[in-house]
Design a protein around this ligand. Structure first.
Ligand SMILES: C[S@@+](CC[C@H](N)C(=O)[O-])C[C@H]1O[C@@H](n2cnc3c(N)ncnc32)[C@H](O)[C@@H]1O
Length: 393
């Protein structure tokens, strides 16, 4: 087995698990890119006896051996990273019913060819990725070759599902495809590598559901636990371990103080700010509906004054009708008036805090905990006691 070609082959239990998650009854054409020693091919053949199977690999040895075992399968010597892949496989783009894949996990040089593959599969642009990996490109190729409403089961490395540098990838997947399930695989399922992996099952159609089921599998390929995760929480991470931890951690609610939230107000009044030269936000910029706002950062201002930054949650500190409104800084930074609070919490609590503040519970909490006769104020000490509410299963 050649590690330079990412030749780590799938265990039979895991191959079976992957196949069992493809729901299409009688696919006509099945594709496998990177067939290796035939671990997935063998299971696909057992599940869909009458389907036409097309496979390819860059290693001629693999093709030669598998041609003997599967004389009826169309096997090709291919480069899965080529933008002319469909010509080599003698198929049209968008003509495959089901794709199954355990791609190689290798770093790939950025090129115009890779850019074209990523763009046309709606997985974004080269600039969205600090590094490009062969698993990402194989996924993109599958998405191009599969027809509308076709299905794909692919084994992906942990990084694509969990690393910050691939958050744009996760965003693109969520926006453009329907995730049918994610299965976290146990450690040490491949010989000679400890790679942590997950099965991602996709349908090539617009996303429909607001939640996604995420499972944990054991070495026998059995599902041990399943959770439902809101789709808005998936760009951050897509793995079972993280979301399970998050659900457990929030079972009882957790105060802003105990998550070590930083809370501060703006230094200047609206009047002072409006006489100055810098852009700022005030209570009037917070609208009734939750807003994710992007600001152009101003380095000079950020050096001199404490600003609200990317990821910060802004609420009014004082006001009447504006209390209860929420803004999230999606990107950039901005000066705030002294009528606003910035709440800065560790990333894993952000979404839950936003949901808490905008929920009935949060709105009632603000009504109950603000004080003052005409204009009402929320004190920082009270705010530190606000409990971030559990995310429900
Ligand atoms: C992780 S192995 C998986 C093999 C098999 N699908 C399995 O599940 O056991 C990846 C396979 O992709 C093949 N491969 C690596 N680079 C490739 C490329 N650029 N084009 C096509 N196949 C490639 C390797 O030879 C290897 O067989």
């Amino acid at each position: 087995m050649r590690s330079d070609l990412g030749q780590y082959y799938t265990h039979q239990n895991i191959s079976k698990l992957l196949m069992s998650n493809i729901l299409m009854k009688n696919p006509k054409k099945i594709l496998e890119l990177g067939i290796g020693d035939g671990a997935l091919l063998r299971e696909a053949k057992l599940k869909w006896r009458d389907s036409k199977i097309i496979g390819g690999d860059i290693d001629p040895k693999n093709i030669k051996i598998l041609k003997k075992e599967f004389p009826n399968v169309d096997l090709f010597l291919i480069n899965g990273l080529s933008s002319r892949l469909n010509h080599r496989l003698k198929i049209k783009l968008g003509s495959i019913d089901v794709g199954v894949c355990n791609p190689p996990y290798l770093v790939v040089e950025k090129s115009d060819e890779i850019k074209k593959i990523l763009n046309s599969s709606r997985l974004g642009d080269l600039s969205d990725y600090r590094i490009v990996t062969s698993d990402l490109v194989f996924l993109a190729q599958n998405l191009l070759l599969i027809r509308e409403n076709g299905e794909l089961g692919i084994i992906l490395p942990d990084g694509l599902l969990t690393s910050h540098q691939f958050s744009m990838f996760r965003k693109r997947i969520i926006e453009n495809y329907s995730i049918k399930g994610i299965i976290e695989l146990p450690d040490k399922i491949f010989k000679k590598t400890e790679a942590k992996t997950h099965i991602l099952v996709l349908k090539k159609c617009r996303p429909k559901n607001k939640t996604v089921t995420i499972h944990k599998a054991n070495h026998k390929g059995e599902i041990e636990d399943t959770i439902n995760v809101d789709i808005v929480d998936l760009p951050h991470r897509m793995d079972y371990s993280y979301h399970k931890w998050r659900l457990n951690d929030f079972k009882k609610g957790i105060s802003l103080e105990s998550v070590k939230a930083e809370i501060f107000r703006g230094k200047f009044s609206k009047k002072e700010l409006s006489n100055g030269d810098y852009k700022y936000i005030h209570t009037t910029d917070l609208k009734k509906d939750l807003k994710y706002q992007v600001f152009k950062p101003n380095k000079r201002v950020a050096r001199r004054f404490r600003c609200a930054n990317k990821g910060d949650i802004i609420i009014p500190r004082v006001g009447k009708r504006c209390l209860g409104r929420v803004m999230v800084i999606e990107d950039g930074s901005i000066l705030i008036s002294d009528c606003l609070y910035v709440i800065r919490v560790p990333q894993e609590y952000r979404e839950a805090l936003v949901r808490t503040l905008t929920s009935e519970y949060g709105q009632n909490w603000i009504k109950a905990n603000s004080h003052g006769v005409c204009s009402r104020v929320i004190s920082k000490i009270d705010l530190l006691n606000l409990e971030i509410q559990p995310l429900t299963l």
